[in-house]
Every structure is written in C-alpha cells, then in structure tokens.
Design a protein. Structure first.
Length: 242
C-alpha cells in the first residue's frame, strides 16, 4: 500500500522535500513506516536523534497505530521557540485502540531527563468498562493540561493516551508518562496530569458486569458546570440583588 509522509523543518530540509510516497505492506504500522524512513540515505540516523511526534490523518498517533492505503503520516520535530518551548514537548491520543505503556513511556524519553514516571489506570472488578468521549475537546483539554504541567513542574516531555469504547478487565484505559531532570518533578508532574485529566477531560465511563448489568459512574462536574435549577436560582438572586 502507499501512504503519504509529510515532513517539516529539519526533516524536510534533510529529505529535500516536504512530502514523499512510501510503499508499505498491508497491515503496516507507524513503527514500520519509521523503520522504512530511517533506511533512506537522507534521513538515516536523524530519526534516531531527533524526537518527533507522529500524526496520522491529522490525529496524534503512536508507533502501534495501524496504517491504511492513502493515509497521511506526518512527522513533527520539536517546535521553534528556544529551549523553554522544547521543554513542553507533549503527546496526546484519545483512541479506541489498545494502549501500550512501553510506547507512551518511550515518547517522553529525552537526553535531559534523569527520571521517567508513568501511570496506568486499569479496569478492575468488572468484566469491562465502556468509555465515551467528546473526542475533539478531550484532546484539546488534555493537551492544555500537559503543557501547563510541563511548564509548572519543569518537565522535559509529557504524554497521555486514553481509551474509548470497551476496555476489558485488567487492560489500561489511560496511561500518563512524564520525564524530568529529577524524580521529584517527574512524580509531581505525572500526579497532576492524571488528576486533572480525571477532573477536566470530557470523558465518561460505564461499568459492565459479566451478566451484562451496566452502571453509570458518577463523575466530577466539568469546570464551571451548574444545573439548570442552580442557574435559575442564581439568576433570580441577581435580579433581586441578593
């Protein structure tokens, strides 16, 4: 099959083109594409040295993401803006595909980092969990969370992936990883990231028992949320000046 590879900045300069066609076998993944690209003389050695984010059809992807004919694979090197900007390297995915702790942890590896902390939230006690998300907003909110946490804790990089759909007993539904020069910053960053994802990302879950009985899990109200009755009461007080 043929996929289109988009290249930017130093990758584009080295390859001499902003895009190229790549021939891959059916069933190939992003990892297979990266291996094929690393064998090209113009990119040999560069992909091993430069941390890149991957996107398939304009959605963040992991090395395990499967490719289909005519997909667009973009390789995104570190963004401009100096040393402080590079410290905010983040990866976010909200996907119906299984998550990999090794893959997410690898995404935050950095030569400046002396510590990498990762967290997995896994299904327990029930047959499976069903996750639903407002996907576009969830990705944007988690990206904001990671960037703010990276700045606050001095992280080298941060990554978070969340499953949607059915997640079986023992499987991870969310994985967070943070890297930093020292373990204190890495632990603190990872802790705040997962806490804020749980509190702020528009993602919902239902428990499903082996007999098919489902239970909706009560969550945290979204930031600024209020019921219609509460809004009416508040509006009435405003009108009365109370």
């Amino acid at each position: 099959m043929t996929v289109t590879v988009r290249l930017f900045a130093i990758l584009r300069e080295r390859a001499g083109s902003e895009s190229m066609e790549l021939q891959l076998p059916d069933g190939a993944t992003v990892s297979d594409a990266l291996k094929a690209l690393s064998k090209l003389p113009s990119l040999a050695g560069l992909l091993e040295r430069v941390p890149v984010q991957m996107a398939v059809n304009r959605d963040y992807a992991s090395p395990e993401t499967a490719l289909s004919p005519h997909d667009e694979l973009a390789l995104i090197p570190p963004l401009s803006g100096g040393a402080n900007q590079s410290a905010e390297r983040v990866h976010v995915s909200v996907t119906d595909q299984p998550l990999s702790l090794e893959s997410v942890s690898h995404m935050v590896s950095d030569p400046r980092a002396g510590a990498i902390v990762s967290f997995q939230g896994v299904t327990r006690e029930v047959d499976h969990l069903d996750y639903e998300a407002y996907g576009e907003m969830a990705r944007e909110r988690i990206t904001l969370i990671l960037r703010e946490c990276a700045q606050r804790h001095g992280l080298c990089a941060a990554a978070a992936e969340h499953r949607i759909g059915s997640v079986a007993l023992g499987e991870p539904s969310v994985i967070v990883a943070a890297s930093a020069p020292h373990r204190i910053e890495a632990f603190a960053g990872a802790q705040e990231i997962i806490d804020r994802i749980k509190a702020e990302a528009p993602i919902w879950k239902r428990e499903v028992d082996s007999d098919g009985v489902t239970r909706r899990i009560a969550g945290t109200p979204a930031p600024g949320a209020e019921t219609q009755s509460a809004a009416a009461i508040r509006s009435g007080r405003d009108e009365r000046g109370g």
